[in-house]
Design a protein around this ligand. Structure first.
Ligand SMILES: Cc1cc2nc3c(=O)[nH]c(=O)nc-3n(C[C@H](O)[C@H](O)[C@H](O)COP(=O)(O)OP(=O)(O)OC[C@H]3O[C@@H](n4cnc5c(N)ncnc54)[C@H](O)[C@@H]3O)c2cc1C
Length: 478
């Protein structure tokens, strides 16, 4: 178990973690005469247990410079919509207050239109000694990091805060939960050590913050809906009711540990049980809460067998997903699937489908199956879908799309467009699992070949599908 007293940020534990979590993105040196260290926040939207921020703090201390934390939001990322924008902005408001209380200098620049404020990060980097950012394989962040690192004229380093165990420990792609589990779990106690976070030694002056390029949002007067309405993004995907931010994430975690964790294994399998699982995936996706905080709290709350079942998802499956997207550049393509899947797909590509639908029909929840339509409606309306239903949903995109490649691409598209936890490594791993990734061959069936099938009819025997349909697609109830 982790040590009871927090470890210092400038001790050997943090240095060792950072050496496993950090990657240099260019070969440039720290700029002599740079005015500050820049932490460009992209995927880890929190100030505690943030390894990139810890590294930036230590570098600022080493150089005797202040630290600037910059977060930006552009209208240009794939699937930019009201749902994602609102969730990020609501959290940013909370983050600004927390930064002020803890002595950190944080700014948020919202780019409403494509023509406005281009390349603020480049302009910030031009005055920085060093740029530190988040290491993250999905949501376009890895590509953006590579582009910026090639353009700027000082050193740029990316540091990973996604996993409890540093993803850098595993240099190759792991093939299944059973292969990564015995390699991950021995690290767990060590990786759950508590570190005492603190601001850098040199304070950042108001004058410096006011002189920086790009106009930051005034968080004290922020009207999220108004700002989002002004952005050149997809306004057809509305904000979700789910409250964003670390306070909401911690409240959810507390309630989960108190009410659900003791019965996690039995409650997690019922899609009608709204609180049968942690429902933390949106907060984990945006890094509003760290997986380590969640794991520590679950281990403290117990019971141990249920905490272990939960950690099997939170650590083993989640970090397998991270390893997959980090180590397999084809994570969004059929190319990422193992040879036995390619063989069976080649043999069954021409099998007659029970039904085929276009992307528009899937998106509109207009298939012949009320249960599938209800799942799509839950995702569209709430931004999340229960894990059991998500598997059924993905398996039927495989079965009812004209080709396997279209099924995979459409599942990723719909998951990432509507899921508030979408664009995550778990999104790609989850969808690819439906197509055979991380799994083994089963008995042969039409269209699926030897990929594990899942039947909507059998699902109806296991849980109350009529109740679920009545809730999410009431027009389909016979
Ligand atoms: C087709 C498909 C698409 C998916 N898309 C996403 C997605 O966009 N974002 C996402 O976070 N998860 C995705 N998953 C994985 C899983 O369904 C969700 O993580 C889970 O339902 C989230 O609910 P929860 O937070 O209550 O999970 P809990 O059961 O409380 O688990 C705790 C945490 O463990 C992680 N986790 C749980 N199950 C898995 C899993 N199977 N694989 C990897 N990590 C897991 C998540 O971070 C989750 O929040 C997908 C799965 C499938 C089959």
């Amino acid at each position: 178990m982790p040590t009871p007293s927090p470890l210092p940020i400038d001790g050997p534990y943090v240095r060792a973690q950072i050496s496993r979590r950090g990657v240099r993105l260019n070969d440039l040196k720290t700029r002599q005469g740079g005015e500050y260290v820049l932490y460009w926040m992209q995927s880890t939207h929190r100030l505690d247990e943030n390894w990139a921020l810890r590294f930036a703090t230590l570098q600022a201390d080493r150089l005797g410079l202040p630290l600037v934390i910059h977060q930006g939001l552009d209208p240009t990322y794939p699937h930019a919509n009201d749902r994602i924008h609102s969730f990020i902005l609501e959290n940013a408001r909370e983050l600004a207050g927390r930064a002020e209380r803890t002595g950190l200098s944080y700014r948020f620049v919202l780019r409403h239109e494509r023509a406005e404020n281009p390349r603020v990060v480049d302009a910030l980097a031009a005055r920085a000694a060093l740029v530190v950012t988040d290491l993250y394989p999905t949501a376009g962040i890895a590509e953006r990091n590579a582009r910026v690192a090639a353009r700027i004229t000082c050193r740029m380093v990316a540091v990973e805060s996604h996993g409890i165990v540093p993803a850098g420990l595993f240099e190759k792609e792991e093939y299944a939960a059973r292969t990564i589990r015995p390699r991950l779990l021995p690290w767990l106690d060590h990786a759950l050590q508590v570190v005492e976070d603190r601001p850098p030694r040199v304070a950042t002056s108001r004058g410096l913050m006011d002189s920086l390029p790009g106009t930051p949002l005034d968080m004290t007067a922020l009207d999220v809906a108004r700002e989002v309405a002004r952005c050149d993004i997809d306004h057809t995907v509305p904000a979700v009711a789910l409250r964003s931010g670390q306070d909401a994430a911690r409240a959810r975690l507390d309630a989960f540990c108190r009410d659900t964790l003791p019965h996690y294994s039995s409650r997690r399998v019922d899609p009608n049980d709204d609180l049968g699982s942690s429902r933390l995936s949106p907060y984990l996706h945006f890094g509003q809460i760290s997986a380590a905080t969640v794991a520590r709290r679950a281990l403290e709350a117990g019971p141990r067998d249920q905490a272990d079942a939960f950690l099997n998802e939170l650590v083993v499956w989640r970090e397998l997903a991270m390893n997959f997207c980090l180590r397999n550049p084809r994570f969004a393509s059929l190319d990422a699937l193992p040879p036995w899947v390619h063989k069976t797909m080649a043999e069954h590509a021409a099998d007659p489908r029970e039904a085929t639908y276009s992307l528009a029909q899937f998106e509109a929840a207009a298939t012949h199956e009320p249960l599938w339509n209800a799942a799509q409606e839950e995702l569209r309306q709430t931004g999340v879908m229960h894990n059991v239903v998500r598997m059924l949903w993905g398996k039927h995109l495989l079965a009812w799309s004209p080709t396997y490649a279209q099924g995979l691409a459409w599942a990723i598209h719909l998951n990432n467009k509507y899921g508030i936890d979408g664009r995550d490594p778990c999104s790609y791993a989850g969808v690819q699992w439906c197509f055979g990734k991380f799994d083994r061959p089963f008995y042969t069936r039409p269209v699926f070949g030897v990929i594990r099938p899942m039947s909507l009819a059998r699902a109806r025997d296991k849980w109350d599908a009529q109740r679920y349909i009545a809730r999410w697609a009431p027009a389909s109830v016979s």
